[in-house]
Write a protein that binds this ligand. Structure first.
Ligand SMILES: Nc1ncnc2c1ncn2[C@@H]1O[C@H](COP(=O)(O)OP(=O)(O)OP(=O)(O)O)[C@@H](O)[C@H]1O
Length: 227
């Protein structure tokens, strides 16, 4: 199948600017609390490796969903270069998600009735920038090759998480967003996953934002921000 993908509208560096963000459901909780993100101004530059330390309930997942354009119940602005997420058209946000920003969700969000392979191949075919052989290699690398034909709903959480990690790497991106990406993995699998992610982030010349509950050394962060 011939797949034509429009080039990214963002050329070169891609900045993320956050201005005076207040998620409406969290308004009272945030008030009077110091935060490196809520109610402030922040600019992140491409290739930054940002760790967002977010104690449970402080809005980590809310923030990731805002950055990815999945919710707009907030005051303030989220801008990827000149694209303000609340004002972007469906086509612009779709392009952003296909070419510029990829994500590993906390709750994985695989299609439960598709196999592990189908979950990956659907994503791979959207841009056709990664070969099927490469997907097989990555499944092997993260120890889920034997689960290729298993339905996603029958995988353990750790297996689902590894499939979700691979899925996020099957497109070009300038930023990779990660919401507690290793919460179901042991240290051996975390080491394999961080190695793979680091390699692909480097190949893409991309930045990363990882949000998690506690301090960690998963990646060499260029900055840590407390939510
Ligand atoms: N749409 C919503 N309506 C009402 N409250 C919400 C909504 N979305 C999130 N919240 C509340 O905002 C707070 C932060 O939610 P969020 O899912 O962002 O937490 P989190 O920081 O990722 O926490 P955890 O680490 O426990 O997953 C929670 O108290 C949650 O109940």
């Amino acid at each position: 199948m011939l797949c034509i993908v429009k080039p990214s509208k963002f050329v070169g560096h891609m900045q993320l600017s956050l201005h005076q963000l207040v998620p409406l459901p969290l308004r009272e909780k945030i008030a009077g609390r110091s935060s490196g993100i809520w109610e402030g101004d922040l600019v992140l530059n491409e290739k930054d490796h940002v760790f967002i330390k977010a104690p449970s309930g402080t809005g980590k997942t809310t923030l990731i969903h805002m950055l990815y354009g999945m919710r707009d119940d907030y005051e303030g602005t989220v801008k990827w270069d000149n694209l303000e997420m609340k004002r972007g058209s469906a086509a612009e946000i779709s392009q952003l998600r296909t070419k510029d920003v990829s994500v590993i969700f906390q709750d994985m969000r695989l299609f439960p009735e598709l196999t592990a392979w189908e979950n990956l191949d659907i994503k791979r075919r959207l841009t056709n920038t990664i070969t099927a052989q490469q997907v097989t290699n990555w499944m092997d690398e993260l120890g889920v090759a034997d689960k290729r034909l298993s339905l996603a709903r029958k995988l353990s959480y750790g297996e689902q998480q590894r499939v979700a990690i691979i899925r996020a790497l099957l497109q070009p991106f300038k930023w990779l967003l990660m919401d507690e990406p290793f919460s179901h993995l042991d240290h051996v699998n975390i080491a394999k996953a961080t190695k793979l992610i680091s390699e692909v982030v480097k190949q893409n010349n991309a930045g990363m934002i990882l949000a998690d509950l506690d301090d960690n050394n998963f990646f060499p962060y260029t900055q840590t921000i407390v939510l």
